[in-house]
Design a protein around this ligand. Structure first.
Ligand code: HEC
Length: 148
């Protein structure tokens, strides 16, 4: 992404976050809720693993752009940047894909929108599943970033 576009994307993100910031961690994506995590594991295998990897490892060389200029699927474990985002942002990205306010207008991405395929409950569950893989360090950093 050209630097100017990146800066614009970051500004949008900050603007979106500064409106009465909802907490980082939503109880509907609680990784300690075993039933939710189990549902999330099923959803993940069926809808996410083909791109983000069965072990959440992402696509090989995921930081390097593909020949078509798009980015490969990043990992969802500690090594990626999924954990930098608050839960409500992740919900929006999975529902709508990478569109404004979490991407610049016209941004091209291979991340599909799941709003017609998955219910909010299923998306919260898959986020709980993803979060259940994060280390204690990452969880502590989120607490520092988001305050919950
Ligand atoms: C067809 C491939 C594909 C499938 C299937 C897919 N994704 Fe993605 N996903 C991507 C790509 C590619 C990106 C990175 C896009 C970019 O940055 O332009 C991405 C990005 C994301 C991000 C943003 C990560 C970040 O650090 O900003 C989240 C969250 C995400 N995907 C969650 C999911 C979930 C949950 C599922 C299953 C319900 C899923 N994805 C299914 C390809 C896919």
């Amino acid at each position: 992404m050209p630097l100017r576009q990146l800066a614009a994307a970051l500004l949008l993100l900050v603007a979106a976050c500064s409106k009465s910031p909802p907490p980082g961690d939503d109880p509907r994506a609680d990784p300690r809720d075993a039933a939710r995590v189990a549902l999330g594991a099923k959803v993940y295998t069926q809808h996410c693993a083909s791109c983000h990897g069965a072990k959440l490892e992402g696509q090989p060389d995921w930081k390097r752009r593909l020949p078509n200029g798009r980015l490969p699927a990043p990992p969802h474990d500690d090594s990626g940047h999924t954990w930098h985002h608050a839960d409500h942002v992740l919900l929006a990205i999975v529902k709508n894909g990478l569109v404004p306010p979490y991407a610049t207008p016209g941004y091209e991405s291979d991340m599909p929108a799941f709003r017609d395929k998955l219910s909010d409950e299923e998306i919260w569950a898959v986020l709980a599943y993803i979060k259940s893989h994060w280390s204690a360090e990452v969880r502590a950093m989120r607490t520092e970033m988001f305050g919950n």
